[in-house]
Design a protein around this ligand. Structure first.
Ligand SMILES: NC(=O)c1ccc[n+]([C@@H]2O[C@H](COP(=O)([O-])OP(=O)(O)OC[C@H]3O[C@@H](n4cnc5c(N)ncnc54)[C@H](OP(=O)(O)O)[C@@H]3O)[C@@H](O)[C@H]2O)c1
Length: 336
């Protein structure tokens, strides 16, 4: 039976993808509405061949909704996701607001689908860099038990939403015209021609919040607090898709051949690994796709129980909107 669905944050980078996916995946809909802030109210969204207005998020516009797919800043989610749940909806929330709340399941359907059933009105969608990593790690963990992960990320500007995309675009255009770029506002430094080893604020530990999300969310999703994660998160001047260099230490050694076999049988993962033909996962090729791509698989030169690989996925799709829609689909399937 179709559901009454609201896309909250419909004017945002993740919201836009959400709208595309609800159509392409033929999500069972009884009705759909599009909500955002007062700034966007009155704009129009194309859906199913018809134009729909964006309305302001309010208790009135949330009435009668069964499923909320929310992608707003955490401060807005903190206020509105519990209100939507109290009004009777199940909320899939993309922000960081509830991810580490013990009462809220944090779900990647390829890893812990059954956790959706534990919800009390809100299901959290993990951080984009964490989602793609755990999809790739899960089959290795099941086969050989992961002890430690060392990860460096190369994260696209769309991970910082519409404003991140806009900042790279304006700096690129200014540079092409030979003009001085406007001062950065979304990132701490100019992102054009640069790599910025800071995503989100620093914590007293010396790690950024983004890096600690990768540590804590990985353990919660994998259901194993013993997994050690050592992250460095870097913003790079790429519009879409996050890339990650991952070293994984396992209790039992895994060869690259075994890892590729495990990934070939795993849901959501595609192995692209033919270096002789220059074939490996690339950010530009992953943009607009839903899979997590892995390649450059190789053994650590000194440690038999350590494996390295390169992992790429579209942060707005599997890293956000696709995972959120899959969570809603999983819930419908398991409660049908
Ligand atoms: N970008 C990614 O790769 C990614 C991945 C995973 C998770 N997330 C998370 O998803 C959320 C959205 O990210 P994004 O990249 O889509 O950001 P974005 O492009 O900045 O979009 C933010 C959305 O939130 C809406 N919003 C802001 N203030 C609001 C308010 N007071 N009331 C109602 N709606 C409001 C905005 O509406 P207006 O346009 O009207 O302001 C817009 O639709 C964030 O929590 C982010 O951390 C993002």
């Amino acid at each position: 039976m179709g559901k009454h669905v609201a896309v909250v944050g419909a004017s945002g980078a993740v919201g836009e993808r959400m709208i595309e996916l609800l159509q392409s995946r033929r999500f069972p809909l009884a009705s759909i509405r599009f909500l955002a802030s007062a700034r966007s109210a009155g704009r129009w969204v194309e859906f199913g061949g018809e134009k729909h207005p964006i309305q302001e998020l309010s208790e009135k516009t949330l009435l009668g909704v069964d499923v909320v797919l929310s992608s707003t800043p955490a401060s807005i989610s903190r206020e509105w996701s519990p209100k939507a749940a109290a009004l009777g909806a199940v909320v899939v929330d993309n922000s960081s607001a509830f991810r580490m709340d013990p009462e809220v399941p944090l779900v990647v359907p390829e890893v812990n689908p059954q956790d959706v059933l534990k919800h009390k009105g809100i299901i959290a969608n993990p951080n984009c860099s964490t989602i793609q990593m755990v999809v790739a790690l899960k089959p290795l963990h099941d086969a050989a038990r992961i002890r430690r992960v060392v990860v460096s990320t190369y994260q696209s500007v769309s991970g910082a939403g519409m404003k991140g995309l806009h900042e790279l675009e304006t700096q690129t255009n200014a540079s092409a015209r030979g003009q001085a770029p406007p001062r950065p506002s979304k990132f701490a430094h100019p992102i054009l021609h640069n790599c910025i080893p800071q995503i989100d604020d620093f914590t007293p530990s010396g790690y950024t919040k983004e890096e600690l999300k990768m540590v804590n969310e990985t353990r919660k999703i994998m259901g194993d607090p013993s997994i050690a994660v050592c992250p460095t998160c870097v913003r790079v001047p790429v519009p879409y898709s996050h890339s990650e260099s991952i070293l994984v230490e396992t209790e039992r050694p895994i060869t690259p051949e075994e890892a590729k076999r495990l990934w070939s049988d795993a849901p959501g993962v595609l192995v692209v690994d033919d270096p002789a033909r220059f074939e490996y996962p690339l950010a530009a090729a992953a943009a607009g796709r839903d899979e997590v791509f892995v390649g450059r698989v190789r053994q650590d030169l000194d440690r038999p129980n350590a494996l390295l690989f390169w992992c790429v996925s579209d942060n707005l799709r599997k890293g956000a909107a696709t995972n959120a829609v899959q969570i809603a689909e999983t819930l419908l399937k398991l409660t049908a």
